[in-house]
Design a binder for this molecule. Structure first.
Ligand SMILES: CC(C)(COP(=O)(O)OP(=O)(O)OC[C@H]1O[C@@H](n2cnc3c(N)ncnc32)[C@H](O)[C@@H]1OP(=O)(O)O)[C@@H](O)C(=O)NCCC(=O)NCCS
Length: 207
């Protein structure tokens, strides 16, 4: 069934009925996709992580909390099966997570964003994206990002930031993925856990 908030695509490459909608009803699948993609970058090697990876795992309750009242946490489904998700926060949602002590590891990233953005800039922070392993490089990730760009435009939001691991290993799949969407690496930060992150920015009004 297509919900009101969903949009329907018919991309040739996918060739099936696909939907993008709010993540709230699909948290079990989000959790499964995230767990499949999660690795420990201190022990993983660059060769076995070529298809990308996630670093900071969340539990079911936290995904539920981050979907609640958040229009920027969406899923991608094909023929009724959820195959990917994109979890972002606008400035006020992120601020609430920070005040509630919910942003645990990302201190370097958050500090950069709070110091280097204007208070009136309602930017979007892209926290996690995951496509189930067998569905990667089929444009699901791009479709999710395009949906978020459309939502940003509806709200006159222009700046989006994402953080991608640079060290001890680099998430090359993700770096290529965001590069193709117009993101540029603006700086590197180190979180207190010692992991080094590239901060990437896109001004979507320039498209
Ligand atoms: C990174 C990820 C979100 C991309 O989504 P996707 O649906 O696979 O990507 P799309 O099909 O929309 O886009 C493909 C583009 O992404 C990049 N890309 C995706 N996988 C890649 C890989 N294994 N190696 C190099 N580039 C890759 C390329 O730029 C590619 O374009 P190209 O084919 O023209 O080179 C997905 O592969 C994924 O979930 N990986 C595991 C989790 C992850 O890394 N999340 C990001 C954490 S910051």
């Amino acid at each position: 069934m297509i919900t009101e908030s969903s949009i329907k695509f018919n991309r040739e490459k996918l060739g099936k009925t696909i939907e993008v909608g709010n993540a709230s009803p699909h948290i079990e699948r989000v959790l499964a996709i995230a767990q499949e993609a999660c690795i420990d970058p201190r022990t993983a090697d660059q060769k076995t992580t070529k298809k990308g990876f996630l670093v900071y795992p969340l539990d079911k309750k936290r995904y539920e909390q981050r979907a609640n009242g958040n229009d920027f946490f969406i899923t991608f489904s094909e023929e009724g099966r959820v195959k990917g998700f994109l979890m972002c926060y606008d400035r006020s949602f992120l601020q609430n997570l920070i005040s509630e002590g919910e942003i645990g590891h990302e201190d370097g990233i958050i500090s950069y964003l709070t110091k280097n953005t204007e208070p009136e800039d309602n930017f979007l922070y892209g926290d996690q994206i995951g496509i189930s392993a067998e569905n990667r490089t089929r444009e699901a990730g791009t479709i999710l990002m395009e949906k978020v760009f459309a939502k940003m435009k509806d709200r006159s939001m222009r700046n989006m930031y994402v953080a991608i691991l640079h060290g001890p290993i680099r998430n090359e799949a993700s770096i290529n993925f965001v590069g193709r969407l117009g993101f540029e690496n603006i700086t590197e930060v180190t979180n207190s856990d010692g992991l080094v992150w590239g901060i990437y920015h896109a001004d979507i009004s320039k498209e």
